[in-house]
Design a protein around this ligand. Structure first.
Ligand code: GLA
Length: 390
């Protein structure tokens, strides 16, 4: 009898622990991550200045809340197995840095790996999951990106579930960002394990390219999202990877297309540029509230590719309040003419002539669905519109 009571109590404790985590990512998490711009060249000065810049640029108020320190903050374990942050690059310690981030009204994210070593050869969490989760809780960590290098023969679901359980046990609510690059189809198993899962190999800084180790440009990632949209939703998101906006390679048109499509996929939005030195145009692309609202739409439905004519594609996403978003994208090098009747039924959704059409990049009402949408799209440009019931 006592055994059953004990078992029942344990189940209750674990379900209370789980509840604290469930509501953490009702909409896709937004923030900044150090990797795309800084790779291993990170230190507390850069992170503090980034925290200042995310506030002064208006990004925090636009929704970018998580400031995530990616690989290379950690150097070794002490004799008790406790993970140690690089004392030269982070002399004030992680608790102190977390306090600074929190003092700015932001949330603190960190990175580890389910294997023995991270992708850059720093200590991983394998065998130390519960100890690391307690350490992160003592530092005030709110978000853990958990990578998959050097994972050995582990089963991915089991490995990520171990870290989830460790975070539950440590008791501090933490968003768990699974990063196994889509290799074991996390969309099929990760819904109750983490809040988001990277769905593809790493993004690289280009519009249309692939590299030798599997890195993908913007359009290569877009193509992979044609198959997995139905798995995403409130609390559990397909993650299209961090943004390359403001990193000096994509043109403003390509950057708008990149952000528009990530929003169409309800992907987490993690800026990946140097926020301290970004241009006004970069800020305006990252903080376009009408576009961010499409990403953060409460229904959390991922877009479908509705039509495809060579390099010209039309994507469609249902939104709350009977609204819809459409993206017209030109992946090619020649201009494309858009002349599209949007009165139609797509899946179970019927679109008639009674919608106003708003251009979300120009912030202008451009007519209604009685008429066709007309535009000319330059190379790699996007027209993103919202249909609002009249
Ligand atoms: C992997 C991840 C990247 C980044 C690096 C850090 O490649 O997918 O996003 O975290 O590791 O080493």
């Amino acid at each position: 009898m006592r055994k059953y009571l004990f078992f029942g109590l344990m189940m209750l404790v674990s379900s209370i622990q789980a509840q604290k985590f469930e509501d953490l990512a009702k909409t896709p998490p937004m923030g900044w991550n150090s990797w795309n711009k800084f790779a291993c060249d990170i230190n507390e000065k850069t992170i503090r200045e980034t925290a200042d810049a995310i506030v002064s640029s208006g990004m925090r108020d636009a929704g970018y809340m998580y400031l995530v320190i990616d690989d290379c903050w950690q150097v070794k374990r002490d004799s008790n197995g406790t993970i140690i942050a690089d004392p030269e690059r982070f002399p004030s310690g992680m608790k102190n840095l977390g306090d600074y981030i929190h003092s700015k009204g932001l949330k603190f994210g960190i990175y580890s790996d389910a294997g023995t070593a991270t992708c850059q050869g720093r200590p991983g969490s394998r065998g130390y999951e519960f100890q690391d989760a307690r350490t992160y809780a003592s530092w005030g960590v709110d978000y853990l990106k958990y990578d998959w290098c050097n994972h050995g023969k582990q089963n991915s679901e089991a490995a990520y579930s171990t870290m989830r359980d460790a975070l539950y046990k440590a008791g501090r609510p933490v968003v768990l960002s699974i990063c196994e690059w889509g290799t074991t189809k996390p969309w099929e198993w990760a819904k109750n394990v983490g809040h988001l899962w990277r769905s593809t190999e790493d993004i690289i800084n280009c519009f249309d390219c692939k590299n030798y180790w599997g890195g993908l440009g913007v359009v290569q990632i877009i193509d992979l999202f044609t198959e997995i949209g139905t798995y995403t939703g409130p609390g559990h998101w397909n993650d299209a990877d961090m943004l390359e906006v403001g990193n000096g390679v994509l043109t403003p048109d390509e950057e708008r297309l990149h952000v528009s499509m990530w929003a169409m996929f309800s992907s987490p939005l993690m800026a990946g540029n140097d926020l301290r030195t970004m241009s006004k145009e970069t800020v305006s692309i990252l903080t376009n509230k009408e576009v961010l609202a499409i990403d953060q739409d409460k229904l959390g439905i991922s877009a479908i590719r509705w039509m495809q004519f060579g390099d010209y594609e039309i994507w469609f996403k249902p939104l709350e309040d009977n609204a819809f978003a459409f993206c017209f994208i030109n992946r090619g090098n020649q201009p494309v003419t858009v002349d599209q009747d949007l009165k139609t039924s797509i899946k179970k959704y019927v679109i008639d002539g009674s919608y106003g059409i708003r251009d979300l990049w120009k912030h202008e009402d451009i007519g209604n669905t009685k008429d066709n949408v007309r535009a000319v799209l330059g190379s790699h440009a996007v027209l993103m519109v919202k249909l609002i019931k009249k």
